[in-house]
Design a binder for this molecule. Structure first.
Ligand SMILES: [Zn+2]
Length: 160
């Protein structure tokens, strides 16, 4: 690779996740735009990440596609030995020609997932979760406040 900027576009999917045995996310379609700026003693990677990942819903556990989008910067410098200097600065040795960015890329992608992952609401503001699971959840939800009269009745019933 010559000095200067180089641009790569690629799409990652099932095969990418299947290669990473530890990957929690196994399905997705993510477009990655990668710009590598090669300088004398350093490589600057800029990632543009945009796509969808299949994750289980926090509410109903059904899988659904969630959108992710973001950018990441990575600086790779040459040094005596491999070192993760900081979150976005890596030091590799000069003879380490092949550098596997898949693990980092996976990390970048997964970190873009929102903390709360639930099915989006439809146009009427109703959840688009699995309706059967929603029914079950509703049935098992504890009442907000127990009517004291019911509580008394329950006590009587328990004595029987
Ligand atoms: Zn759901």
């Amino acid at each position: 690779m010559s000095l200067g900027k180089h641009h790569f576009d690629f799409e990652i999917g099932e095969a990418f996740f299947a290669d990473l045995s530890y990957a929690e996310v196994t399905q997705g379609k993510v477009k990655v735009g990668l710009e590598i700026d090669k300088q004398e003693n350093m490589l600057h990677f800029h990632f543009d990440i945009d796509g969808t990942l299949e994750v289980p819903c926090d509410r109903c556990a059904d899988a659904f596609d969630i959108g992710i989008e973001g950018t990441n910067e990575l600086f790779i410098k040459y040094g005596e030995e491999y070192l993760e200097e900081s979150e976005d600065v890596l030091v590799i040795t000069k003879d380490q020609h092949l550098f596997d960015i898949r693990h980092l890329l996976y990390e970048y992608i997964v970190l873009l997932l929102p903390y709360k992952r639930v099915h989006p609401d439809d146009e009427h503001g109703s959840p688009t979760c699995n309706p059967q699971v929603l029914e079950l959840l509703k049935a098992h939800q504890a009442p907000e406040e127990i009517d004291p009269r019911w509580e008394a009745l329950k006590k009587l019933k328990d004595k029987e």
